[in-house]
Design a binder for this molecule. Structure first.
Ligand code: ASP
Ligand code: MG
Length: 453
């Protein structure tokens, strides 16, 4: 059995959904369990509707729900002509829309966006898309069944976190698969949505469908997990800056973590951890070019000896804060105090660098910057540098290539690209530094040109 996960952009309209069905059918001999996201943009619209309801804007909320309803009905009318396929889907839409109206009504009354209600609201997107795809496969002559992910993906809430219960998932998913696989050629289920043991609605967080795929892959000990999106796997750089960027054949889990952390818009590596821990191969593929091999993510180290630098990622909208204080020399407590301030404000700290009396920290630029700087000023003198970008050069073999750091700095220096802060982690699989926003295109192009292509 394999898991095939398709994201929202792969099923955003009738043409794309037919394309997905064809890709699935091509893999029929591998017994695919399909994990599907909501149609592209629907989850955002559902959240918007909820926000309008909480802010007492029922007309706007209704308009959003009407648009969601119309979009699904239009899709159905483009995919099917026979009422045996259309009627059950119209009935499902009716039920889901009714449920949404009730949930939004309740939200309007209580005037806040309850998390539980949000989970129930958001689930409509995946329920609709997965059932439409199942009908499409049936209309193409393939025996298919839509499994309810809320009866397989069990989670617990721990404060702010949602923790999947892998043992429970194994049990439930195993039973369901056994029951339905006998008579069906293809099984479909929803990504992203889950429930607690007592049936309360839950979700695995935005973009959570990859997580569902990974959990099911691990629970069912699948041969392979395929993550289908609309890029040719994981690329050597952002193609909008570097048109000659190309997909990587392989990438290690650690490299994927570095890349995602520093801005590459690839899959969230933490979500594929359950799969990799179980030794299951994860492949990132493009539904526009289904015959390409994509990128394989491996859990150990890479066997490709020749590739040193794998990819260059960058993250824009960064502020560099430098705090200067002689206390840094004397008292370790000040570091704790600085980081507590950032933690309390929910700031994610990217690269950090410390000297005897200074500590430099990079965070995303935000609207509360002024009050943050005011609070930090109690710890020392604060210098603020905005309009910065973090660049990260990533590759496992960088660990063994001692002259590479020097080369990177030389390439940038020759073109007079100023660097503010350099940081390298103990595992040494990446070199991270800060440049001015105005230099980012030049820096990424140059590094790609000299180190990768
Ligand atoms: N539909 C959900 C989202 O947009 C989950 C996913 O697409 O992975 O976040
Ligand atoms: Mg996604």
């Amino acid at each position: 059995m394999i898991i095939m996960k398709f994201g929202g952009s792969s099923v955003k309209d009738a043409g794309r959904m037919r394309n997905v069905a064809e890709i699935i059918i091509k893999n029929i001999d591998k017994q695919p369990l399909v994990v599907l996201s909501a149609l592209g943009g629907i989850t955002d619209q559902l959240i918007d509707a909820l926000t309008y309801a909480a802010r007492q804007r029922p007309k706007k909320a209704k308009k959003e729900i009407d648009r969601i309803e119309q979009r699904h009905k239009k899709l159905i009318s483009e995919l099917f002509t026979e009422s045996k396929y259309i009627d059950p889907l119209y009935q499902l839409i009716f039920q889901e829309i009714e449920k949404l109206r009730v949930l939004l009504g309740a939200t309007e009354t209580i005037r806040v966006e309850s998390k539980r209600i949000a989970n129930a609201v958001m689930s409509a997107g995946e329920i609709l898309s997965s059932n439409i795809l199942t009908q499409l496969l049936k209309s193409m002559g393939i025996a298919s069944y839509c499994l309810d992910a809320r009866k397989m993906i069990y989670v617990e809430f721990h404060d702010q976190d949602v923790v999947p219960l892998l043992g429970e998932i194994k049990k439930r998913a195993g039973k369901k698969i056994q029951k339905y696989l006998k008579d069906q050629q293809i099984l479909v289920t929803q990504g992203f949505i889950a429930s607690t043991r007592d049936g309360a609605p839950a979700t695995l967080g935005r973009d959570g469908s990859d997580y569902t795929a990974s959990l099911l892959g691990a629970a069912l000990a699948c041969e392979e997990i395929q993550i289908w999106s609309d890029v040719d796997g994981i690329l050597t750089a952002d193609p909008t800056i570097v048109p000659e960027a190309r997909p990587l054949k392989t990438m290690t889990f650690d490299e994927a973590c570095e890349l995602a952390y520093f801005g590459a818009r690839v899959l969230q590596p933490a979500t594929i951890q359950p799969a990799l821990e179980s030794g299951i191969l994860v492949r990132v593929l493009n539904s526009n070019h289904p015959d390409e091999k994509g990128t394989v993510i491996i859990s150990g180290s890479d066997t490709d000896k020749d590739v040193v630098v794998k990819s260059i990622a960058y993250k824009e909208n960064i502020t560099l804060l430098t705090i200067e204080s002689s206390r840094l020399l004397l008292s370790p407590k000040i570091m704790e105090e600085i980081f507590m301030i950032l933690y309390r404000r929910g700031k994610r700290v990217y690269a950090v660098s410390k000297s005897a009396t200074k500590v430099s920290i990079t965070i995303e630029t935000n609207s509360d910057q002024k009050s943050l700087v005011k609070e930090l000023a109690k710890q020392g003198q604060v210098h603020v540098d905005q309009n910065k970008v973090i660049v990260s050069v990533v590759g496992e073999k960088m660990r063994k290539s001692h002259e590479l750091n020097y080369k990177i700095l030389q390439i940038l220096d020759e073109e007079s690209i100023h660097i503010d802060l350099i940081s390298q982690f103990a595992n040494q699989i990446s070199l991270t530094f800060i440049v001015d926003e105005k230099d980012i295109e030049r820096a990424v192009k140059l590094l790609h040109d000299k180190l990768i292509s």
